[in-house]
Ligand binder design. Structure first.
Ligand SMILES: C[S@@+](CC[C@H](N)C(=O)[O-])C[C@H]1O[C@@H](n2cnc3c(N)ncnc32)[C@H](O)[C@@H]1O
Length: 275
């Protein structure tokens, strides 16, 4: 498959926002470089007008300049290996790839070979979700991970002692990659494919994790509400701090109370409790 390649020079504080916006419009690989980001989209499904709309929104504040190219076939594995460093979330967990050496001094270790899936721990949303998970008792709990990506949060739940973990994603590449990561971390489950309405999880859960984006969360909150046990927790991320009020406006009438707010690089993560 041919890919369009965009080398985007921009201010550092706009990199995460641009990656998040571009991942919503069909870009499926992202590299952070010294000067900005390199992003890739399959040529056959690329929509230039939509891309330009996103870029124009950030062009002036992020001081964007772009070089466009076309690449025949990228060796994505080589690319992410060059650009992926381990990351530590406090002393809670050390997230590394299988080609990195193990590190002592952490309560847990997660091995993630992310390839093109989202969820290495580097993004502020994933980082905060991991940290918040560490503050919640998972022992013997039933946990659902919605939009699992690499499977990183499901693996964290397993390491924190969850009794049963279920995970799914709408992207079949994530499902393939997530299942590889589950095996690498001795979690013997299979990631499901689809949205929550398609997968139709049965019963109720002590903890539901959903790091997706504002629109999906607003749309799916009522389904999460039907799946979280009374007294159970819903952990949300994938939106900016300015969006918290909009999410709580929908979540509160569904029986959720805001227990904790976390913020990092303008990205928010919330712990909600079901009445
Ligand atoms: C921001 S990433 C989070 C990945 C991982 N859970 C983490 O915390 O790093 C969001 C993931 O949700 C998936 N996704 C987007 N919309 C979805 C939906 N409606 N249902 C399930 N997964 C969805 C994407 O494919 C992507 O893998």
């Amino acid at each position: 498959m041919d890919y369009l390649e965009f080398k985007i020079k921009c201010l550092e504080e706009f990199r995460e926002i641009l990656i998040a916006e571009l991942s919503e419009i069909g870009f499926d690989s992202f590299l952070e470089t010294e000067e900005g980001i390199e992003v890739y989209a399959p040529s056959d499904s690329f929509e230039r007008a939509v891309f330009e709309e996103v870029i124009n929104t950030y062009k002036a504040p992020a001081q964007i300049t772009i070089t466009e190219g076309q690449v025949a076939k990228v060796n994505w594995n080589e690319e992410w290996e060059k650009n992926y460093d381990p990351i530590a979330v406090d002393d809670l967990v050390y997230v590394r790839a299988s080609f990195h050496p193990a590190q002592e001094g952490f309560k847990h270790e997660i091995v993630i070979n992310p390839k093109m899936s989202f969820g290495t721990g580097h993004h502020a949303t994933t980082f905060q979700m991991l940290r918040l998970q560490g503050e919640i008792d998972h022992q013997g709990k039933r946990v659902l991970d919605v939009g699992s990506g690499t499977g990183i949060l499901a693996i964290m739940a397993h390491l924190l002692g969850a009794n049963k973990v279920e995970a799914f994603d709408i992207d079949d590449w994530c499902v393939e990659n997530g299942n590889e990561n589950f095996a690498l971390n001795n979690l013997s489950i299979q990631m499901g494919l689809g949205t929550i309405r398609e997968v139709k999880p049965e019963g109720t859960y002590d903890i539901v994790l959903a790091n997706i984006n504002k629109n999906v969360l607003l749309d799916e909150l009522e389904v999460y509400a039907s799946l979280v046990k009374s007294g159970g927790n819903l952990l949300l991320s994938g939106f900016y701090t300015g969006d918290i009020a909009d999410l709580m406006e929908v979540a509160e009438p569904l029986g959720f109370e805001l227990v904790k707010t976390s913020e990092k690089n303008q990205w928010a993560a919330l712990v909600l409790k079901k009445a």
